[in-house]
Each structure stands twice: as structure tokens, then as C-alpha cells.
Design a protein around this ligand. Structure first.
Ligand code: SF4
Ligand code: SF4
Length: 390
């Protein structure tokens, strides 16, 4: 049985004094900016409560239970709590949850859906458990080149490769890059899971395996610049791979698009009078501070009116899909699921289009808009699809 001694943050975790600030939004007006707390409205689902439960578990005051593991795994790693916690250790409060998840992984005591996710990645290289040989199906009909020294490797990721809705964004991104004359190649069936969610689920050994395998493959092929469809891949390549020896210039596709717009190589389509709002993905925004590039790209759509939702940028509400929750869905099944709250917020600003820049957000919010009965009013579109209407 692992305990407090093996816990990386054993000297820090007791310093949370349960003020509860970590679940608030930017203007402190309501108590719902932690997506897990918004869904369940119990302190144990906010980070203050969760950290105290972890401490009690590690010191043997409470026993492991399936409920405890679900509470840990309901944290989407959205980092709202990092923004709001007033203490000097705030940078580490999501890491503390991830480290506790790691101890659950070590003891084999994770929820069955988390186990399934990790097993699928181990066996097929993707969380869905779909045959790895189907990884290139998303590009059927597109004339894409395998990566062989072009300027960019376009890394699509598991959602873009396998999820039928996210495949639309993967294809649109490729078409925009092609039309703008960008030199890029893809890995097709040789692509493998990037490991960001594996990391957030606490499976350190599997992250190391994936990172080592990917770095080896990228290096052998001479990759220097990577453009990713997903902010999750962008995050892990940029912030975690250097520790495994992988040093690449990593960009999210909205950053590449924004640059292409600036240099006149990419022009936005006409969308006269259409009202667009944007949902910030946590792994682009709070994790990496990129709020401008997606807004610059949306700004290139001619004739459209851009409107912010009340919660935006650092204060955006997570869609609930991070840290593997797009698969495990521990926050689903209710009108108070964060994705459904977010769909209603897009309705509140009378958006015709809810734009996203992440395949996880795309699938979560597409489903949520339907569940809210708003799909006759609001279209959920990836920014790549906005630039490249089907
Ligand atoms: S994590 Fe920080 S903000 Fe949250 S309850 Fe603890 S001390 Fe307060
Ligand atoms: S990372 Fe997000 S979901 Fe997790 S506790 Fe913090 S605010 Fe809540």
C-alpha cells in the first residue's frame, strides 16, 4: 500500500486551507468555474475538497473506494483552480491531483473506464481501442504526403484520426494548410498517441513509453517543426517531451493559421451577419497562455460578428473533456454537465456558431448543443472548418 511517504507533494498538500476560492470564476460571481464542482455541487469535487480527501487517503484516515477514485478522475486538469488559488503553491495543485492518480495507477485501483482507456492506448495506440491500422482513414480522399523532411509534420492525434466528428476538423486543417501552400507531411498509420491524457490520468510509465517512441520516430525522420490539430498534443510535445529528450518547435494549427493570415497567404471566407463566439480550450489557453491566435483567425472571417461569452480566456469554463473525460465521461449525464452549461452560454450570447479549436471540445460541445435542443440555432464548428467550409 502506497502512502504519504511515496507522495511527491507530501510537504505541500496539507497547506490547502479549504478556502474554496479555487472553484470561482474570474469575477467571483458564482461558484461554478470548476467543471467537476459545477456538475456535482459538492466540495469533494472542487480542488480544496479533493486535496483533503487525497491527504486523508494517503495518511490512512480513509480507505480507497470506487467513489474516491471517481472524485479524483472527475478532475479535468482544466487549471481554473490554479488561476484562482491565492497560495504560493497554486501552480502545483493540479499536479498534486495527477500525482495522486499516479499512486492509484501504481496500486491498480483506478475506475474501470480509466483502466480501459489506458489498456486501449497500450494495445492499439489510441484510447478507443480501434485497430491501429485504421489510423490513416481520416485522410481518405485527401492527397496528403507522408512526412519526409517537409517544413512541418502535421500531427493529427487520436481524436482527429478516429472520432468521426473530429475527423472533419483534421481534414479541414489539412486542406487549409494545402491551400495556403504550406509544406507539410503526415505519419498516417505510423502516428501514435501523444500521451497528454495518459499523463493527466497518472500513467507515468506509459507516458514515458509513448514519448520515447514518438521522439524516436520524429527524430529518425528529421522532424523539426510540428503543427498539431489538438491543444492536448501541443501541450505534451511542448512541455513534457523535452524532459525525455524531444526538442521540437511545436505550434498549434491556429498559430500557423494566424501567421498565414498575417502574411496574406490565407484569406477568410465570407460569412455575412453570422454571429460567432469562441470556447477557449484549456490546454491552449490556461495551460499555454494562447488566447490571441484563435481570435485572430476568427477575425479573418469576413462580415461575421464576433462576440465573447461571459466566461472567456483565463476565466473560460472547461467543456469537461480533459484528462480523458471525453472518453470516461465522469461529468456527463446531466443538464449541469459543463459542456451543456457551455452550450447554454453560447445560446445566451445568441451565437449562430460556437467555434472551438480542439477536437475534444468539438465532440463534447457538439453533443451538448444537441442535448440542449439548441442544434437548430447553434452550429459547433472547429476553427479549421470555419476557414474551410465543406
Ligand atoms: S486549493 Fe487553494 S484555493 Fe483551493 S481550497 Fe485549497 S487553498 Fe483554497
Ligand atoms: S483542474 Fe479544473 S476540474 Fe480539476 S479541480 Fe481544478 S478547476 Fe476543478
Amino acid at each position: 500500500m502506497m502512502g504519504l511517504e511515496e507522495y511527491k507533494y507530501k510537504d505541500l498538500i496539507h497547506r490547502c486551507f479549504r478556502c474554496g476560492y479555487c472553484k470561482f470564476p474570474t469575477d467571483w460571481s458564482d461558484v461554478t468555474n470548476c467543471p467537476a464542482y459545477a456538475r456535482f455541487r459538492m466540495e469533494s469535487y472542487s480542488n480544496g475538497g479533493r486535496l483533503w480527501l487525497i491527504y486523508a487517503w494517503l495518511t490512512g484516515e480513509i480507505q480507497w473506494s470506487e467513489n474516491l477514485s471517481k472524485i479524483l478522475y472527475s478532475c479535468t486538469s482544466c487549471k481554473n483552480c490554479v488561476e484562482k488559488c491565492p497560495l504560493s503553491f497554486n501552480d502545483d495543485i493540479v499536479n498534486m491531483v495527477v500525482a495522486a492518480k499516479s499512486q492509484m495507477v501504481e496500486t491498480g485501483k483506478v475506475p474501470p473506464l480509466v483502466r480501459k482507456f489506458l489498456q486501449n492506448v497500450q494495445v492499439q495506440g489510441n484510447p478507443y481501442g480501434i485497430d491501429a491500422n485504421k489510423r490513416a482513414d481520416w485522410m481518405n480522399g485527401l492527397e496528403l504526403q507522408p512526412y519526409q523532411g517537409q517544413d512541418y509534420l502535421y500531427y493529427v492525434g487520436c481524436e482527429g484520426a478516429y472520432d468521426t466528428r473530429a475527423q472533419g476538423a483534421a481534414r479541414a486543417t489539412a486542406r487549409v494548410l494545402q491551400d495556403a501552400g504550406v509544406s507539410f507531411g503526415v505519419l498516417g498509420v505510423d502516428e501514435c498517441c501523444d500521451g497528454n491524457e495518459v499523463d493527466m490520468l497518472g500513467e507515468e510509465a506509459l507516458l514515458e513509453d509513448l514519448a520515447t517512441k514518438n521522439i524516436d520516430q520524429f527524430s529518425k525522420r528529421g522532424v523539426k517543426n510540428i503543427v498539431t490539430l489538438s491543444p492536448h498534443a501541443y501541450n505534451v510535445f511542448k512541455n513534457k517531451y523535452p524532459a525525455f529528450g524531444g526538442h521540437f518547435n511545436v505550434l498549434h494549427y491556429t498559430q500557423v493559421f494566424a501567421d498565414l493570415i498575417k502574411t496574406g497567404k490565407l484569406k477568410g471566407p465570407e460569412q455575412q451577419g453570422v454571429r460567432i463566439t469562441f470556447h477557449d480550450p484549456c490546454f491552449l489557453g490556461r495551460w499555454n497562455g494562447e488566447y490571441n491566435a484563435p481570435r485572430k483567425v476568427i477575425g479573418a472571417v469576413k462580415g461575421a460578428n464576433f462576440t465573447e461569452m461571459e466566461r472567456n480566456k483565463k476565466g473560460a469554463l472547461c467543456c469537461g473533456g480533459g484528462a480523458g473525460n471525453f472518453f470516461t465521461d465522469f461529468l456527463g449525464g446531466s443538464g449541469e454537465s459543463p459542456a451543456r452549461i457551455r452550450a447554454r452560454e453560447a445560446g445566451d450570447v445568441k451565437a449562430d456558431i460556437l467555434a472551438v479549436a480542439c477536437p475534444n471540445c468539438l465532440t463534447m460541445l457538439d453533443d451538448a448543443v444537441k442535448a440542449e435542443g439548441l442544434d437548430n440555432r447553434i452550429k459547433v464548428m472547429d476553427i479549421s472548418e470555419l476557414l474551410c467550409p465543406a
